[in-house]
Design a protein around this ligand. Sequence first.
Ligand SMILES: NC(=O)c1ccc[n+]([C@@H]2O[C@H](COP(=O)([O-])OP(=O)(O)OC[C@H]3O[C@@H](n4cnc5c(N)ncnc54)[C@H](O)[C@@H]3O)[C@@H](O)[C@H]2O)c1
Ligand SMILES: O=C(O)C[C@H](O)C(=O)O
Length: 327
Amino acid sequence: MKTPVRVAVTGAAGQIGYALLFRIASGEMLGKDQPVILQMLELPLEKAQAALKGVMMELEDCAFPLLAGMVGTDDARVAFKDADIALLVGARPRGPGMERKDLLLENAKIFTEQGKALNDVASRNVKVLVVGNPANTNAYIAMKSAPSLPAKNFTAMLRLDHNRALSQLAAKAGVQVADIDKLIVWGNHSPTMYPDYRFATAGGASLKDKINDADWNANDFIPKVGKRGAAIIEARGLSSAASAANAAIDHVRDWVLGSNGKWVTMGVPSDGTYGIPEGVIYGVPVTTQNGEYTRITDLAIDDFSRERMDKTLAELEEERAGVAHLL
Ligand SMILES: NC(=O)c1ccc[n+]([C@@H]2O[C@H](COP(=O)([O-])OP(=O)(O)OC[C@H]3O[C@@H](n4cnc5c(N)ncnc54)[C@H](O)[C@@H]3O)[C@@H](O)[C@H]2O)c1
Ligand SMILES: O=C(O)C[C@H](O)C(=O)O
């Protein structure tokens, strides 16, 4: 039997938490031979703690053979103690009359504190995935608040955008999602993101050549992927949850177990490549192996792409400037 992996999940009693925890406990994220200990964080509010208790009762009732232990708490230092993986899902949603800036500042407080707690008590190799919005900037704040941990281990979720783009592309080209490789979503998890299919292939053949439709790319594909989150909210009255949880599982599974040579998109601190300033958490193409990600470098960036990559970067820089005084 392998040593259990400690997985911390914040916002555990929320929508995404409910779609995520059971799949982690059943081995879908780390493998069917890997026991896990779930360390779940919720707000110190009676309602949130009661809901968390209910989720833990249900986890217990599943009798998952791989679930080696559970902790439910309102204290980040308990939830992150020795954590090998931390999924930061809980965040303050935008309320009536709140400006984007207010949301950024409210969440900055949460992610500063959680970054510090990770810094103090988590495994020195903890892999962090930030899902809570604004995901890229929250990941940046947590990274900056955890100077003793490797900066490269702080990532933001763009996998949902990557998966959304895969399905749109497969439908347009009449190919199977599983056959597509070399797709990218650059930048921020926001409508400014840039889904880039210029290098994408299916069965080795170029999808750009097959589709050959610049108008579809600019006026259908790119905006549809960028605005998909809003379309789900419009349709469901709630933001995406099952697909978000699924993307979180994909992101961590590939990071830990490898992508087998396939390109996947991760929001990672920039190392300066592609003119993205160092430290900005930006969606880039990577492959993963042995628990590490490696950027795909030296891709040609044409004018159309440069303009879009700069636009999403400008938004990230603006968000970063908005929280700079707190870091
Ligand atoms: N990156 C992505 O692709 C993506 C996709 C979907 C949703 N999201 C974001 O994920 C977040 C969670 O979404 P949801 O639908 O689960 O929301 P939700 O409101 O259903 O659940 C969030 C939970 O987090 C808890 N919480 C809030 N602040 C917390 C804190 N400081 N510590 C611990 N727990 C805290 C709340 O009590 C709540 O139970 C939102 O910010 C949402 O916008 C991101
Ligand atoms: O778009 C949102 O606000 C929710 C989430 O980030 C999503 O992409 O589904």
